[in-house]
Design a protein around this ligand. Structure first.
Ligand code: HAM
Length: 471
């Protein structure tokens, strides 16, 4: 069922030109002649940071597979209409954070600000409703929001997401929350789960009328941003960070009191399942999330010991979105999911000094003297690689002293030295870096000799070596 055929005419929601931030103005004034610089809110993830990034991505991939989620890769660029219609007109993402532009075919396109809408589009477009339900998908990749850059908030950031289509069972909500919690446990992060229900669009409508009439009485006390919310997206008043609004919220009507029987029952069952597996959670009646497609359960993961400003930076969040697939032209399909922010998770690991090694560590260093040795070295490298032994080298350096210095820095156990004489003799020298002892070995036997020597040391694994397992 192709997405386009079934969808009504694109909604031409005007996207306001994003407000220019202070730093952005400076950026536009910068001379185009200077050295090229990063755009604000964008960054390079440097080689020395890759250890943590790999650690997080590997853990996510392995958990996704063990919970039988199928990987899907979704495009970074989509028709802007997809997001405008699903995320909500009054939301911050649609109002001011979308990167929208016209492509060379004169189509309005957007860099994806999130991927749930894309996953729903793919579910429809590939007729996944015909597959055994539920369909469980996971993805990872960059998202783009022209948000105000600050700690833990970037304009290009990375998410890993888990989406389950085709089941309205509350156990799915509970299981997704459990998977999220397990991911954080695997990474060594203690998170708190905030949970709430926002019911169906119908009961939310009735609640919103009540909420608006409550806040209207105090309109003059509301800060400007919240006055705007009161008019455009009153539900967002519930997670306002403004002290005056927070004070007023104490006596505001609670959404849980406005849930219909079915919504209440759904939510109770989710909580019962969580109790069953003894998973702690915090009922947070002010949790509404920033996107309009949610129904029933919503949840967020925050660092358990987080306080103050950082507490606003959830490490992940999600919920049920039973109306989304139908909204974009599919058959009614209940669904639920969540996404985790890798940038914030990596930062949390760094704050807690959780520091997995950056690369697989080299076991052996190869020092060569002259071109003939380099040629033999090329072949030897392949043989070592096949046996799972990681060999490092410094091809740019010719002097043996300089090469041994690099070997020392890398902390390898053995250095192999191949000079012209050894090439002619068909031998190679192996040097134990700790004792300095050297042996001359038949070059044909060197791989098995190194293998044996490494296996003698229980601290060194050559098979299935993984930076995660060794950290
Ligand atoms: P979201 O709450 O907008 O939900 O984003 C999920 C996570 O992405 C956040 O909790 C945060 O860790 C990270 N994140 C969001 N914006 C930024 C930013 N500017 N810089 C750094 N990290 C950020 C969604 O995107 C939904 N699609 C989640 C979902 C999946 N709901 C159902 N299925």
């Amino acid at each position: 069922m192709p997405f386009r055929k079934n969808t009504p005419k694109p909604v031409q929601t005007p996207v306001k030109k994003p407000e220019t931030e202070e730093g952005d103005e400076d950026e536009s004034k910068k001379s185009s002649k200077g050295a090229p610089e990063l755009l604000r809110g964008f960054r390079d993830i440097m080689p020395e940071e890759q250890g943590r990034w790999n650690f997080v991505r590997d853990a996510m991939r392995s958990l996704a597979e063990s919970y039988t989620f199928d990987r899907i890769d979704l495009p970074i660029l989509e028709r802007s209409d997809l997001f405008l219609r699903t995320l909500g007109k009054g939301t911050d993402v649609v109002e001011k954070e979308m990167y929208v532009f016209t492509d060379p075919s004169n189509r309005s396109v957007a860099l994806r600000p999130e991927a749930t809408a894309s996953a729903a589009r793919a579910y429809i477009e590939h007729g996944m409703i015909e597959r055994p339900q539920p369909v469980k998908l996971w993805y990872e990749g960059p998202m783009f929001r022209h948000d105000r850059p600050q700690a833990g908030r970037f304009r290009q950031f990375y998410q890993v997401g888990f989406e389950v289509f085709g089941s309205s069972e509350p156990i799915i909500d509970a299981q997704l929350i459990l998977i999220g919690k397990k991911i954080f446990e695997t990474l060594g992060l203690d998170v708190s789960v905030q949970i709430n229900s926002i019911g169906t669009p119908e009961c939310r409508q009735a609640y919103l009328a009540e909420l608006v009439s409550y806040f209207r009485q105090f309109r003059s006390r509301l800060p400007e941003d919240d006055k705007r919310r009161l008019q455009k997206n009153p539900l967002r008043l519930l997670d306002s960070k403004e002290p005056e609004t927070i004070e007023l919220l104490k006596d505001a009507p609670q959404i849980l009191d406005w849930l219909d029987e079915k919504s209440k029952e759904h939510f109770m069952k989710v909580l019962e399942f969580l109790d069953e597996v003894e998973m702690p959670y915090v009922l947070n009646s002010h949790l509404v999330r920033g996107l309009d497609y949610y129904t029933h359960t919503v949840f967020e993961f925050t660092l358990a010991d987080d306080e103050g400003e950082k507490a606003q930076n959830a490490l992940g969040g999600g919920g049920r979105y039973d109306g989304l697939v139908e909204l974009i032209g599919g058959r009614p399909t209940p669904a639920c999911g969540f996404a985790l922010g890798i940038d914030r998770i990596v930062r949390a690991l760094s704050d807690k000094n959780i520091d997995p090694p950056q690369y697989k560590k080299a076991h052996v260093f190869f020092a060569q003297l002259g071109d003939a040795a380099r040629r033999v070295g090329l072949k030897l490298f392949e043989e070592f690689r096949k046996s799972g032994i990681i060999v490092s080298e410094a091809v740019g350096k010719n002097a043996l002293k300089a090469q041994l210095e690099v070997a020392n820095k890398l902390g390898v156990q053995f250095t192999l030295i191949l000079g012209q004489k050894e090439v002619l003799d068909g031998t190679i020298i192996i040097r134990d870096m700790e004792s300095g002892a050297q042996e001359t070995i038949d070059v044909k036997k060197i791989v098995s000799v190194v293998e044996r020597k490494l296996q003698k040391d229980p601290g060194v694994k050559t098979e299935g070596y993984s930076p995660v397992a060794d950290s």
